[in-house]
Ligand binder design. Structure first.
Ligand code: AMP
Length: 525
């Protein structure tokens, strides 16, 4: 899209307005199995909320934080922010109060919409003038008031969503996702991930503050029903209930969620799985062994995306047909890949000079296109570094095959350098994950006086946490598995058995935390 003068048409809220005109009686929001609002009502409520925020003294460009478990009110509040020209700041509900305090201060939020739990525990922050309880009586009164307000005129590069990075290596940064980024993300979803027909369902077992919320954009544009689980989160039994109630449902899931869903086998019934349209996974590595298990249970309903906050949900993709074809062909390389560049998105694997490397070589993944962020909120230095030479520097390492399929290695900061050799943890995790003894595994580096770093595998064993002879037996079996599949120098030098892997709200393994754990913890044997 080319940049023009500010206009309501450049505002993503227009997608809701137009769907409400075309399909006023189509269900728009459900909580659990019950329809809550049709599109006419959702649009009216969002407009009413927008009007109350502007009446309450907010001005276009002001920031409004949303923090809480998924709920119906979350969706209308997001659209209300955009209608009013405000910048929504959806925050991970599992943050520590100190981290939330940082986001409140850094974004300069004036209003906060918080669920009841967060409203009671909100950290003090200068600048916050008003706290509204999401789905509480005041919220309801605002949304029901029905005042007309026009959709704010914005430019495509006006920020719509501040997305705070998880900040595992320092202060989180606010990614400025613009209205134009959201349009491009939505169009890429429709071209490269899945088409959407009016009346289909988008389930939200994953946090609305991240991918699930971003996927509202194409789904609202196409008249799909947004279904918020009653639990407000991820529960395999509840997902089965929702799939039974809402035909042709699709949802976004982190690979760890998908793995739990497959283990719980709640969708493993022919009549039920036939109602499922698809599961889009991404946001972390999906190991081939787990992908095969998911496909065996769910069939050709799996699609993958690779993205990051700085290019939301959109760098590469592998749709259901591509995953199914790779599965049918037994194409390990494609199954281990994250698919190919999305429509209109330039993706290269580059060396230190930001020039594309030959096919197969490992380098940093750089991205250019309409989904790439404008920059980091009030952080010109970090923005200039991330966007140097016109490319988004993802910090991810990978290699591009001759046919355009990209394989991720690791975040550059997770790379292990031992005895001068680069070791990619993911490669070792792929092998260890094949063992029947392993439920989950993450590989990290630990400082070593001679080698610089040594490889340590943190293993969640299937069944009870092993000790003594049992732990030794598993270690020996895992070592033999590595010897059979990867170079000797990449084998873990130590195994640490842990009860669970530390993860953030979106299911990402927190390797920074694990590195600290293994620094202090001796091997199990
Ligand atoms: P976030 O900005 O929190 O969405 O995290 C983005 C990061 O998650 C990326 O930079 C990758 O390191 C990782 N990631 C996203 N999608 C995938 C995927 N499909 N496979 C492996 N890692 C992924």
């Amino acid at each position: 899209m080319t940049q023009r003068a500010p206009s309501p048409v450049a505002n993503v809220a227009t997608l809701l307005v137009r769907t409400a005109q075309r399909w006023p009686r189509l269900p728009a929001v459900a909580v659990g199995t019950r329809i809550r609002h049709d599109y006419a009502t959702l649009a009216a409520r969002s407009h009413a909320l927008a009007a109350r925020m502007l009446d309450g003294g907010l001005h276009p460009g002001d920031r409004v934080v949303l923090v809480g478990r998924n709920g119906a009110g979350y969706i209308e509040t997001l659209f209300a922010c955009w209608i009013a020209g405000l910048i929504a700041v959806p925050v991970n509900a599992k943050l520590h109060p100190n981290e939330l305090a940082y986001v409140l201060g850094d974004s300069g939020a004036r209003w906060v919409f918080a669920d009841a739990a967060w409203a009671a525990a909100l950290p003090a922050a200068t600048g916050v003038e008003r706290v509204v309880v999401l789905d509480g009586p005041e919220h309801e009164a605002f949304a029901a008031a029905g005042m007309p307000v026009a959709v704010a005129a914005v430019s495509l590069d006006t920020p719509a969503w501040l997305f705070y990075t998880s900040g595992t290596t320092g202060r989180p940064k606010g990614v400025e996702i613009t209205h134009g980024n959201l349009f491009a993300m939505g169009q890429c979803f429709l071209s490269d991930v899945a088409g959407i027909a009016p009346g289909e369902a988008l389930l939200h077992p994953a946090p609305l503050s991240h991918g699930s919320g971003l996927y509202l954009v194409p789904h609202v544009a196409r008249g799909a029903l947004s279904v918020v689980p009653e639990s407000g989160g991820f529960d395999p039994a509840e997902i089965a209930t929702l799939v039974r109630a809402h035909d042709q449902a699709l949802f976004f899931a982190a690979p760890t969620m998908l793995k739990r869903l497959v283990a719980a086998a709640t969708l493993a019934h022919d009549d039920l799985v036939a109602r499922l349209k698809g599961i889009v996974y991404g946001g972390g590595p999906m190991y081939v062994a787990d992908c095969r298990a998911a496909f065996a249970q769910l069939g050709p309903r799996l699609a993958q995306i690779y993205g990051q906050g700085e290019s939301p949900m959109t760098i590469t993709a592998m749709d259901r047909a591509l995953v199914a074809a790779a599965m049918a062909d037994g194409d390990e390389a494609r199954l281990a890949s994250v698919g190919c560049a999305q429509t209109g998105i330039d993706v290269i694997v580059a060396g230190a000079d930001d020039r594309a490397l030959p096919a197969g070589e490992v380098g940093e993944i750089l991205v250019r296109g309409a989904t790439v962020m404008r920059g980091y909120w009030r952080n010109p230095d970090a923005s200039a570094r991330a966007l140097a030479n016109g490319w988004l520097h993802t910090g991810d390492l990978g290699s591009m095959a001759g046919d355009g399929f990209l394989t991720l290695k690791d975040r550059s900061k997770d790379l292990i350098i031992s005895g001068g050799s680069n070791i990619y943890p993911r490669e070792i995790e792929e092998v260890l994950q094949r063992s029947a003894d392993v439920a989950e595994v993450a590989v990290v580096g630990r400082p070593h006086p001679e080698w610089g770093e040594e490889v340590v595998a943190c293993v969640v064993a299937r069944g009870p946490q092993p000790t003594g002879a049992q732990a030794q037996r598993i270690e020996a079996a895992l070592d033999a598995l590595c010897l059979a599949h990867i170079a000797r120098f990449k084998r873990p030098k130590a195994y640490v058995f842990v009860a669970a892997l530390p993860k953030n709200d979106t299911g990402k393994v927190l390797k920074t935390v694990l590195r600290e754990t293994v620094r202090t913890k001796p091997p199990a044997s």
